[in-house]
Design a protein around this ligand. Sequence first.
Ligand code: MF3
Ligand code: CO
Length: 249
Amino acid sequence: MIQLKTPHEIEQMREACRISAGALAEAGKYMQPGVTTKEIDHAVHKYIVSMGAKPNFLGYAGYPGSACISINNQVIHGIPSSRVVLKEGDIVSVDTGAYYNGFNGDNAYTFAVGKISPEAEQLLKVTQECLYKAIDAARVGNRIGDIGYACQSHAEKFGYGVVRTYVGHGVGRKLHEDPEVPNYGKPGRGVRLAAGMTLAIEPMINLVGEDVVTLEDGWTVETVSGSISAHFEHSIVVTESDPIILTRI
Ligand code: MF3
Ligand code: CO
């Protein structure tokens, strides 16, 4: 069931989302060669707790970190590790979320470590554009399929693969709520969007191919092609006018 939020609930949820965004910005300070993904996770954890919030990924279905940190050919859900060391030219997808005052925030950003290849630059730019086009389609009068179509049509112009296996989602009192928000779709299809819907929109775009595989650790998702992949996410609210991004600092 889709839980529409009242204006008062949105105000409460803003706090959780602001802390989630702050945690992502904190992670961004660590994008240098030699830094381990464990150090980044520690910094994210410390930031969220210092804000009086709870890292909502930690312990979720047994997930062992406060952030998901996925490098290069990893798509999502990379487990922070003291053995994974950033190097020049890496792209690093960081996903952070906070629980505060009864609500969840969820957001992600793919960072560059130093100078990255022109093809990686373009993938990051286009994936972020996919996110903003998808958000712009999150309007009363549209449907879930319009969001997916906005994302997919942009990504495919560049020959990129839109990940199907994982999708965006409602977000609110729970980290994952209805409806599912695929990053692909057809205009005019699916659930009607209504004011007060809070959605985590999160394109996962592969340079080559849409297929992904989960590693034996049970979490890390990689591209089957071995190509790099990017992930950008915001928690937003559908309104009677423009959608509002809640995970801005
Ligand atoms: N941000 C992720 C999502 O959108 C959540 C991380 S998975 C977790 O689903 F299990 F670690 F929480
Ligand atoms: Co999410």
